[in-house]
Design a protein around this ligand. Structure first.
Ligand code: ATP
Ligand code: MG
Length: 362
């Protein structure tokens, strides 16, 4: 019987879930959390409720949804979406993560710097994304440690990482788990700028990260797509940065180079549909377009796949993304070089990082 998938949130992730649902003939209905929909229209036995956002206002409508057994991961989501509970859970499961401390009172500042080191990052428990509500503080700025401002924050050790990677996996209710290859990610100002899956060199990190993420999914009985962001340290150890219980920006490359993209895999996993390991058909890179208008000239490149979200523009807003795909690394590099000339200056670093990565991977 056909199931209806309701998605809390109506941003670009919902849009892409909708697009993948359409291909499979699955009705996906994004819910604007500010709209009051009649509960009974969505809470029926043929509905499944999932999320594209991690933060929503606790309206009566949402509270009712959260208690309903058609809401996937309803017990575990409240723990993952609050950084404090997420960190406590990671520690409880004895998984590696950046050291942290819950902020409670001003007098703690000494212990915090003593325990975490001279450089810390203050992160708000909820409501943070794209590096928002995060502040770096060093020992010499300790006077800025204002407890009134930071009472809903945790303090985290600033990690001197070699690189940032993420792993996206999916699990269904029968316990089947599948993963995509690790993705290497480049951030600036706390915002993901571009990603590249490494399908060749990362078997060691792939194994380690899969074991950490499987352990998390099994222990929490998680269902659907989940993304785990890691810091890679000098000794090739990995520690968890954060966990996102939803489809993830660093998995957007799967839309054009994987037999099953992350949006379709999410739908398959929450609807108990077959979940084979997705086949990666070609090499790819993903570039986020942040705070810029669409330039039709980009479309002259046959390797370029554009995903545009049709949102109103603002400086740090993710407006769309570009996937470049090819069977040849050289062709991908040439595409990036050509695209860089058509992009504003601020994309230089990300294009250069991608070329460097391609040089290492190939
Ligand atoms: P997202 O957009 O992924 O939801 P976010 O706002 O939730 O991001 P984080 O992933 O915690 O925030 O941090 C954003 C970026 O800031 C990281 O990708 C990393 O580049 C940097 N960062 C965060 N925490 C640390 C840390 N402890 N040490 C060093 N860099 C960090
Ligand atoms: Mg992050």
């Amino acid at each position: 019987m056909k199931k209806f998938v309701y998605v809390i949130g109506d941003g670009q992730l919902s849009l892409m879930l909708f697009q993948s649902g359409s291909v499979l003939g699955i009705p996906v209905i994004p819910i604007n959390v500010k709209n009051q929909i009649k509960f009974n229209t969505i809470l029926h036995k043929n509905s499944v409720i999932t999320v594209e956002v991690e933060h929503w206002k606790k309206t009566k409508f949402i509270q009712k949804i959260c208690k309903n057994n058609t809401f996937i991961n309803r017990n575990i989501l409240p723990l993952i979406v609050d950084r404090l509970y997420q960190k406590e859970l990671i520690d409880k499961l004895q998984l590696p993560t950046a050291s942290w401390i819950k902020i409670q009172k001003f007098s703690q500042w000494k212990t915090i710097f003593y325990t975490l080191g001279d450089n810390i990052i203050l992160k708000k428990r909820t409501g943070g994304y794209n590096g928002k509500n995060q502040y770096q503080l060093s020992f010499k700025d300790k006077k800025k440690f204002n407890i009134k401002i930071y009472e809903n924050y945790i303090a985290e050790k600033k990690i001197n990482f070699v690189e940032e990677i993420s792993l996206i996996g999916a699990r269904n209710k029968f316990g089947k788990i599948v993963f995509y290859p690790i993705t290497c990610n480049f951030h600036e100002q706390g915002i993901l700028r571009c990603s590249i899956p490494d399908i060749k060199n990362y078997y060691l990190l792939q194994e380690k990260s899969e074991s950490i993420l499987s352990s998390f999914m099994r222990s929490t009985n998680y269902i659907g797509i989940i993304a785990m962001e890691f810091f890679v340290l000098k000794n090739n150890e990995i520690i968890i940065n954060e966990i996102s219980p939803r489809v993830h920006n660093s998995g957007h490359w799967t839309q054009n180079s994987s037999s099953i993209n992350q949006f379709e895999l999410h739908l398959r996993s929450i609807l108990d549909l077959p979940m084979p390991i997705p086949k990666i058909n070609c090499f790819s890179v993903m570039i986020n377009i942040i705070g810029n208008y669409l330039n039709i000239a980009w479309l002259n490149d046959p390797l370029l796949c554009l995903h545009w979200y049709n949102k109103s523009i603002s400086k740090y807003r993710k407006m769309g993304h570009i996937n470049l795909i090819s069977n040849h690394y050289e062709a991908l590099k040439n595409s990036i070089i050509t695209l860089e000339k058509k992009l504003p200056k601020q994309y230089q670093n990300c294009c250069h990082w991608l070329i460097e990565k391609l040089n290492i991977i190939q």
